[in-house]
Design a protein around this ligand. Structure first.
Ligand code: F6R
Length: 246
């Protein structure tokens, strides 16, 4: 793999609440320095505690801009499992974020490829992401960049891996209801964030965390791309860190 390789900075916390609190603290410090910071944000189970801690901190998001990593393709925005609905519940409706500053790809755009170009342009016009918070999939995906994704990829339409659809089926009535495609920021988009925080919790993430931190960068484990970024902090609870050697 080309480019400099940097060891990932790893912080391990006794439990999920402590890990989530630390993530919120880092974002609050950024917002205190730069109230109009541009935040890249994830959905999923992992960041719920982070959003709770961010809201509990009372920090103002009135000037902040947010860009979500991804959205399912073809799910109405109002569907309870759209990532837009998730963000409304987790943050938008619980903070002073302005609706016009909350960005998330439109999974129902008439031309999804044009929507991807528009989204990239909106990130650029906002000045780029000051910080991007990520989770990691069991298969090492970041955003919905599944194994094999190109590292210079931009925001685009992707097919979800079957293992990802199965993992996310817990939120739907059946596997059949889980969308097969999504719009996601690409790894190239992700690596342009000025700072990255990756959160992982629970023993089922331990193999992906070990590969992300200890394997040589490989497209088979998309999260290893983070080793090419000079400012990544990996926040883990003890279970997620269990398979690390150092
Ligand atoms: C979500 C996202 C995904 C999740 C990953 C882990 O916006 O981009 O990469 O971060 O699938 O999901 P959870 O946290 O539900 O285990």
């Amino acid at each position: 793999m080309q480019g400099n390789r940097y060891p990932l900075t790893v912080e391990v916390f006794p439990d999920y609440a402590a890990m989530s609190g630390r993530a919120a603290e880092i974002v609050v410090e950024l917002l205190q320095e730069k109230p109009d910071a541009v935040l890249g944000l994830p959905t999923g189970s992992t960041p719920l505690g982070f959003y709770d801690a961010l809201v509990a901190s009372g920090v103002s998001l009135a000037q902040a801009r947010t860009f979500n990593l991804d959205e399912y393709l073809g799910l109405p925005r109002t569907h309870p499992e759209s990532y837009y609905s998730f963000m409304k519940r987790a943050l938008y409706d619980r903070s002073d974020l302005r609706p016009e500053n909350c960005h998330i790809p439109d999974g129902n755009a008439p031309d999804p490829h044009e929507e991807c170009r528009r989204y990239e342009e909106a990130i650029r016009a906002a000045g780029g992401l000051d910080i991007l918070v990520l989770g990691v999939g069991h298969n090492g995906h970041i955003g919905f960049n599944e194994p094999g994704s190109q590292w210079d990829a931009r925001t685009r339409v992707v097919n979800l891996a079957e293992s990802t659809r199965r993992a996310n089926a817990r939120f739907f009535n059946s596997l059949d209801e889980v969308p097969r495609q999504a719009i996601t920021m690409g790894i190239g988009t992700i690596l342009e964030a000025r700072r990255i925080l990756l959160l992982a919790s629970g023993q089922e993430k331990a193999p992906a965390v070990r590969d992300m931190v200890e394997s040589a960068p490989t497209p088979d484990v998309p999260a290893t791309a983070l080793q090419l970024h000079p400012n990544v902090t990996v926040l883990l609870d003890r279970e997620a860190a269990a398979l690390l050697h150092r």
